[in-house]
Write a protein that binds this ligand. Structure first.
Ligand code: GCB
Length: 592
């Protein structure tokens, strides 16, 4: 699937704005055919946004089940004879779409795009009614998993991950048009040999029309051309894409009819770079790379997980200010706008699926539900694995061309110390490598699968570890924490793989100060991070540090969360805590 684009051969029309919106707590809408007319009793809802925090109504915030969105719009008059497509960048977690009274598509998975061909169902110049039923329910057959408990006070959604189950149309919705014969996919794989770059391209299209490509540099000058649906372009004196230097070429892909008329066109950004793992080194363009940065969240006041360009730009400015060269899309695929911008800024990305919380023993029920085995016929099972595999397929298909993406993370903190975990993950690693042989693959290991208990890390190219010595373990005792952590880390270091510390952090209440570095104080967060850094600097196999978290974020409520998770180095509204200055000094050499 190609992202909608405006380029002279393709047009797109944004459907962002205010839609009609109504909750469906009893799940009657489908049987009662709510798509067949205007939604009764609807209020307005902003797209893109999570619906949860827009209103003042707890019923909206804590809704479990289906919510209906509806928009009446016009198909542009000039689109006669065109192929007309509806593209939804994200509907969390599952959606069914109708155009007028016709069901046109259904999709599972809250963070990857889907589309429906509307050509047969609409008339250019005429009005259409688009209705999208979005279901936020998490079950053992969804990624991420959850359970809905029927209580005397209504349905309650429980899950094993530590962020609020925001839902809705989180990203843009488009109508777009192409010619009937059109390009369907573009894949690029880049290489470097000294000062020469290569761009191996594969183009897919309907019909058998001729494909030609031109690669242009950032000034628009052609540097290589190719004829045919696949080939390798050679770029002498290449300007590689590198961390901090997001240099992009543009691959202009065109489809021609026999008379040489352009039928379709797609412009694909290309960053020429290589990724490899060698022993304990993570190599970008053949050079050892050390990751500095964060696990992040798409999480903002009012918007929830809704994408917003201004807030995105500000987050990248903060990454730059603090000296972060990278981040992980914890714990789901982020907006395509974020990845496009990371390409452009030269920020390195670890791209993660939404497979979080496949671990029923986390925190002794800290996140709300316990007493289940993780892997069993009734809990995480073959069907869950099938949904997980599909999530990996959609992630790789969406993000394969981003130079910023250097590593796939196929899950966060699953149960990985058991045989069942090993069996569950083996085929998923195989699948990811088959889909993309060019990038390393890993998953994020958690404390309960400490060295040498983990049975899944044998499949990973890179060891990604989340550890909280000094927070969840040896709370407040940094000397003990350092000793325990070092013992474990030295075990992992013997595995001869690069180690990335994907999470380490301490909840910190902004403004709470303490002379003796007490947990929750700003001083403790700084001292905790310093202890970790001393240790990482002693272990050669550590190739990166991602603090948990970039910013405070919303979680489900509970006794270990004070207005959400407070491990942010920035507050939720992006104000620095004291630790931000300490990190800036370490990562950028800048003193406060
Ligand atoms: C973790 C999880 C992350 C949580 C974090 C915490 O290990 O990966 O999602 O938010 O711990 O703060 O407990």
């Amino acid at each position: 699937m190609l992202r909608p684009q405006d380029n002279g051969s393709r047009e797109r029309k944004s459907l962002n704005g205010l839609w009609s919106f109504v909750l469906d707590p009893d799940g009657r809408g489908r049987t009662d055919r709510w798509f067949a007319g205007p939604l009764a009793g609807a209020r307005q809802m902003a797209v893109p946004a999570s619906y949860n925090d827009i209103t003042t109504d707890a019923g909206v915030r804590d809704h479990v089940g289906v919510a209906w969105y509806q928009l009446t719009t016009y198909v542009p008059r000039g689109w006669g004879g065109r192929r007309i497509v509806l593209n939804v960048e994200a509907a969390t977690h599952r959606a069914t779409v109708w155009v007028d009274e016709t069901e046109v598509v259904a999709h599972e998975g809250g963070y990857t795009p889907f589309e429906a061909d509307l050509t047969e169902h609409v008339t250019p110049g005429e009005r259409i009614r688009i209705t999208i039923a979005v279901d936020n329910t998490l079950t053992f057959r969804t990624i991420p998993p959850g359970i809905v408990e029927d209580t005397p006070h209504g349905k309650k959604q429980k899950y094993w991950h530590d962020f609020f189950n925001y839902a809705g149309l989180h990203r843009s919705v488009w109508l777009h048009a192409t010619g009937p014969e059109h390009l369907t996919d573009v894949t690029v794989v880049t290489g470097l040999d000294g000062g020469t770059g290569t761009v191996e391209y594969t183009v897919e299209s309907t019909g058998g029309a001729r494909v030609a490509v031109i690669l242009r540099d950032a000034d628009g000058n052609p540097v290589a051309e190719g004829d045919g649906a696949r080939g390798t372009l050679v770029v002498p004196d290449v300007h590689p894409w590198a961390p901090g230097d997001g240099y992009l070429y543009e691959l202009d892909v065109q489809l021609f009819d026999a008379a040489g008329t352009v039928l379709d066109r797609y412009l694909q950004n290309v960053g020429v770079r290589t990724v490899a793992v060698s022993g304990t080194r993570f190599l970008l363009n053949g050079e050892p790379f050390y990751f500095t940065g964060f696990g992040m969240h798409e999480d903002h006041t009012v918007l929830g997980k809704g994408h917003n360009d201004a807030l995105m730009l500000h987050d990248f400015e903060l990454l730059d200010w603090i000296g972060a060269n990278s981040f992980r899309t914890s714990h789901y695929p982020y907006s395509q706008d974020v990845l496009d911008y990371a390409d452009r800024r030269g920020i390195v990305v670890i791209d993660e699926t939404a497979a979080v919380g496949l671990n029923m023993s986390v925190g002794g029920g800290m996140f709300g539900a316990q007493g289940y085995p993780t892997y069993s016929a009734d809990t995480v099972n073959d069907e869950t694995q099938r949904v997980h595999a599909q999530a990996i397929r959609e992630l790789v298909a969406r993000d394969k061309n981003h130079p910023s993406v250097v590593l796939w993370s196929i899950a966060n903190e699953p149960e990985s110390e058991t045989e069942a975990g090993e069996e569950y993950f083996r085929p998923l690693f195989e699948l990811t490598r088959e889909l993309d042989p060019t990038r390393p693959v890993g998953f994020v290991n958690m404390m309960m699968a400490y060295y040498p208990r983990c049975r899944v890390s044998q499949f990973a190219d890179v060891l990604m570890l989340n550890r909280y010595y000094g927070w969840y373990v040896a709370t407040g005792d940094l000397a003990a924490a350092e000793e325990m952590w070092e013992n474990e880390l030295r075990g992992w270091a013997a595995e001869n793989k690069p180690i990335l510390i994907t999470e380490y952090g301490a909840d910190t209440y902004p403004g709470l100060r303490s002379l003796t570095a007490e947990p929750w104080s700003e001083e403790y967060q700084t001292a905790y991070l310093e202890m970790n850094h001393r240790l990482f600097d002693r272990i050669d196999a550590v190739v990166g540090e991602h603090v948990w978290n970039f910013a405070d974020f919303t979680t489900t409520s509970g006794i270990v969360r004070v207005g959400g998770n407070k491990k942010g180095v920035f507050t939720r509204d992006r104000k620095p805590k004291a630790a931000a200055y300490a990190l800036r000094e370490r990562w950028k050499g800048k003193r406060p």
